[in-house]
Design a protein around this ligand. Structure first.
Ligand code: TPP
Length: 533
């Protein structure tokens, strides 16, 4: 007779989930004892980094990914990263240890009190099985919740004495064998209606969001834009987890501004705006104004019924984003509208010492190898990064979708593990780096060859920009004197360099990216400034 543990490992195997990201405690040890050889345990030193690494791995592999956390304090540490994973729609199956059942009621040490509440509201489903025999079924259900649209984290708390209990063979076998398909096409009649709305529009536009990339709809979005000659925008820099359209494509016009008034203003003049694979819209900050200019009709396509329901304006079709786009490409006619003008090339960055964030991003572009992936969290330089790299291949860009820091430095490790054949470069402000800094150790320990580019400006620049915007003076806590991330990386065992000028930076990046034996860190000194270009 199989134990609950054996049945659960079989379940993970059946779903190709043999990589576990975790940080162990005594309540998890019974699950982790003598893991079979086909399982890999990736150790993270703190739970934020564990979840961030798994988030990057899940998104870049497209597969549900197992995260194992310690009971209450471990799950508590992880909640910020779980919030980000939800915004990123990362399919995470999060398990956590719990006291033995006989000691939960009187709350012995390490009891995860109200375990299912701790990760809410950032998980799609949260559960502690009523009996040990229900563990494989509960984890099976969590796997389906995580991978069904909209993808996201699901949580199961498991009392530590459950693993050695006898499994319910019949249920475990069914749990392992279930296949649940979720790629639903929107109502065909609504798609026909949408196609004719586009065909008859005077000046339609497309806004392409992260789920275009995640769903595999990239080529269909390009085909639609070309057939209909649509100008294309991306979601605001602050509010996307991936890129939904090739940013070097002549139809691409840049990203939308993040607040209500300016966003509506950017889209005015378009009688039809089709928003695909993203919420409508993740506004921030609050700059009031009409949601849409008079005469603009907005239609969204999303796989997330919640996104469709909560949008403050416009119509929506709910269904798989890639399939909907593929259908739409077939249904629309070839337009003879004028093709949109391409964006100008980025300007030459100012020549100054220390270099500007724009110059640092120009150096990155000089060193950028074909097919590389950027994982970014460099708030005051994100605009320059996007404008200079103009990434144009699917799966080439990841950032925090929630605005929560600590994602990039951890996620880059997971992305590189899932995509060993593509160079991964993590571009991170020195402030952001320290929310997930312990992931550097994992990169070293597992020889994950990520290049970390740390932009050091000795401050939380973007918060100074916000302070000016919010007209608040004398804010404390925005300076970061003496924060030497290269020295921290070296202490974790990572070869690290400190560089000053654009040429030196480009050279250091080329070397770091070429290194295949493990990670490298390059710390670039940059001047204070918001590099909007
Ligand atoms: C978990 C979390 N804590 C705090 C913040 C607030 N925050 C937003 S940007 C920022 C500063 C980022 O500084 P840095 O990475 O050095 O980049 P810079 O602004 O200098 O470009 C902070 C603290 C956040 N977004 N997430």
């Amino acid at each position: 007779m199989a134990t609950v543990r054996e049945a659960t490992l079989e379940l993970f195997r059946a779903h190709g989930m043999t990589t576990i990201f975790g940080n162990p405690g005594s309540t998890e040890l019974p699950m982790l004892a003598n893991l079979p050889d086909d399982f890999t345990y990736v150790l993270g030193l703190q739970e934020q980094a564990v979840v961030g690494m798994a988030d990057g791995y899940a998104q870049a592999s497209g597969k549900p990914t197992h995260v194992n956390l310690h009971t209450a304090p471990g799950v508590g540490n992880a909640v910020g990263a779980i919030c980000t994973a939800r915004a990123n729609k990362a399919p995470l199956v999060i398990t956590a240890g719990q006291q033995v059942r006989a000691q939960v009621t009187h709350e012995a040490l390490l009891t995860n009190r109200d375990a299912t509440i701790v990760p809410q509201p950032y998980v799609k489903w949260s559960h502690e099985p009523p009996r040990p025999q229900d563990v494989p079924g509960a984890i099976g259900r969590a796997i389906h919740h995580a991978r069904l649209a909209p993808r996201g984290p699901a949580f199961v708390s498991i009392p530590m004495d459950d693993w050695d209990a006898e499994a319910d063979e019949d249920r475990a076998v069914h749990a392992r064998r279930r296949v649940v398909g979720d790629r639903a096409v929107p109502d065909p009649a609504e798609l026909v209606q949408l196609a004719s709305l586009l065909d008859s529009a005077r000046s339609p536009a497309l806004v392409a969001g992260p789920d275009v990339d995640a769903s595999g709809g990239w080529n269909a979005a390009v085909a639609l834009a070309e057939k209909q000659r649509l100008p294309v925008w991306g979601p605001p820099y602050t509010a996307t987890s991936r890129i939904g359209f090739p940013e070097g494509h002549p139809n691409f016009q840049g990203v939308l501004p993040p607040a209500i008034g300016p966003l509506a203003d950017t889209l005015k003049g378009h009688d039809v705006v089709l928003v695909v694979g993203m919420p409508v819209f993740l506004y921030y900050p609050y700059l009031p104004g009409p949601l849409l200019a008079a005469g603009t009709t907005l239609v969204a396509i999303t796989s997330d019924p919640d996104e469709a329901a909560r949008a403050p304006m416009g119509d929506a079709l709910v269904g798989d984003v890639a399939l909907a786009l593929q259908e739409l490409v077939e249904l629309v006619g070839q337009s003879d509208r004028h093709a949109p003008d391409p964006r100008p090339d980025p300007p030459e960055p100012p020549d100054q010492d220390p270099m500007s964030g724009s110059a640092a991003m120009a150096a990155l572009a000089d060193a950028w190898p074909d097919g590389a992936v950027a994982v970014a969290e460099a708030p005051s330089s994100t605009a320059a990064l996007r404008n200079r790299l103009r990434l144009s291949k699917p799966g080439s860009y990841y950032q925090t979708g929630s605005g929560g820091l600590g994602f990039a430095i951890s996620a880059a490790v997971g992305v590189q593990m899932a995509q060993p054949d593509r160079p991964v470069v993590c571009v991170v402000g020195e402030g952001s780096a320290h929310y997930g800094i312990t992931a550097l150790w994992t990169a070293v320990a597992y020889k994950v060859p990520v290049t970390f580019l740390v932009l050091r400006n000795d401050e939380y620049m973007i918060l100074k920009w916000f302070a000016a915007f919010e007209q608040v003076d004398g804010v404390s806590g925005l300076e970061l004197p003496g924060l030497d991330t290269a020295a921290v990386a070296a202490a974790y065992g990572m070869p690290a360099r400190d560089v000053w000028g654009r040429e030196e930076l480009a050279g250091a990046l080329r070397e770091a990216i070429a290194a295949e034996d493990g990670p490298r860190l390059v710390q670039a000194r940059v001047a204070s400034g918001m590099w909007l270009e």
